[in-house]
Structure formats: C-alpha cells, structure tokens
Design a protein around this ligand. Sequence first.
Ligand code: IPD
Ligand code: CA
Length: 266
Amino acid sequence: MPNIDLHQLELQVVDIAREVGNIIREKRESYQPVSIEEKSAHNLVTEVDKLAEELLTEKLSKAFPGSGFLGEEGADIPSENGYRWIVDPIDGTTNFVHGLPLYSTSIALEKEGELVLGVVNHISMDRVFHTSLGRKSYCNGIEINTSSQKVVDTSLMVTGFPYHEKQLDQFLDAYKYLLRNSRGVRRLGSAAIDLCLVAAGHFEAFYEVGLNPWDVAAGALLVQNAGGKTSTLAETDDYLHGKSIIASNNHIHRELLDILHQFIEV
Ligand code: IPD
Ligand code: CA
C-alpha cells in the first residue's frame, strides 16, 4: 500500500472540488432541465450530476492513481492500492433543480474501510470544508469546531425525512417532540451540508435514516475532526453502510439518542 501525504492530497482535493464546483455553478446559471430523471420516486438526477461525477472520477484518479471509486451516479471502480474515493457529485439535487443554493459536492477517501480524508464544497457559498486523518477540520483554511451546548433544550438541530411510510410516521413523531423541546429542527436537503454545519458549530446535531455512504462519508469525518461524535441510531460505528446516522457536538449525543429511541425503531 503506498505511503501518501494526506495533507498534500487534502489541499489538492480542495482545488479539484473548487474546479468542479465552478462548473456546476455555471451550469446552474444557464440551467435548462433537459433531462431530469427519477432514480426512484422523487429521487432526482440531472445531466449535471452525471457530468460532475465524470469530471471527479477523472481528476481524482489522476491525483491518486490506483485508488477505487464509488459514486452516487454509478461509478464503481475497484481499488488497486487499498484506497477508495466515495463521492456525491451533487448532494442536494432537488435543491439544485429548484435553484435553491443548498447543494454541495462531497468527496471522501477511505483506506480499507477507514475514512482518511473529507472535502465538501458548499458551492453557492464559496465555502469548502476539508479535513484529513490526524488533522483538525477547516472551512476555507480556517479551523472549525463543534458547539459547546450541553442539552437538547438549547440546541438547534437538522434532519432529513425518510421515504418509507412507516419510518416517516415515526420520524414525524420524533420531530414533533423535538420541536417542542429544543430551539428547532431544520430540513435543508443536503446531508453533506448538514454535517458541515454541525462541524462548524451552527447546529448541535444532525440525524437521518436511509442515507448512502456518499451522502455522509466526508461530512462525518469533518464532524469527528471538529470535536464531534458520529454513530448510527443503533449506536454502532457503521454509519457509512448502516443506513442511519446521528452526528453531534458530542455533548448532546446521548440525550438525543434516548429521545429518538422513544419514537424510532432501530
Ligand atoms: C439527498 C440529500 C438529502 C437527503 C436525501 C439524500 P441527493 O441526496 O442528502 O438531504 O435527505 O436522503 O438522498 O439525492 O440530493 O444527492
Ligand atoms: Ca446525496
């Protein structure tokens, strides 16, 4: 397995995320919905998602030859060196289609299952969040940290809603409880941005079920390296493949899990 300078690679990936982000932004400015497909009910994909994934596959493979690639739009390249990119070219495609400036590109690198690098570009805000193993988390080069709020009652949280009916009902019950017993729960529509905003201390926590590895990989490492905690709702570490995630400032993790367990079957 090659020895790599992760910090150097992190900075290279920040540049790649910016380059591709600029192309996504230009495409949005002149956006004509030529071909919006539904991958499943209400789950959209556009020609810009596909173009961005192609560009990222090409640029990341050049930056680190031999690494594998897993992308939301179908890229699945086996690794030759033990490393694999996990990429969401546009997280928040529905927002992108509707012209809401809440979409991002999420790029993570894993080494034999362990996350070692994470970069998220919140494109319309010109904010690139970045981190790598053994380092802190940064936004445009400035260190970020999770918040110091200690209890749910004084916390602001963010979530996303599941597509499955049964889970949706349980989620709405939890949502109702939290609305009455916290400062609020937002729904932005890009899990990668949600996680960055926990890492930067704007939200105390994010929780959602039914997500895929490319939605959460980069953001989860950003939360961890900013001082926060990540787990599944079932309290395991497999938030990448376990189809549920709670990411918090650490302080409210236990209390929020206990609340969610009252309503949501895990
Ligand atoms: C979606 C976003 C959204 C989450 C959905 C995801 P996409 O990703 O992350 O916040 O609630 O579950 O599928 O499809 O826009 O890349
Ligand atoms: Ca996504």
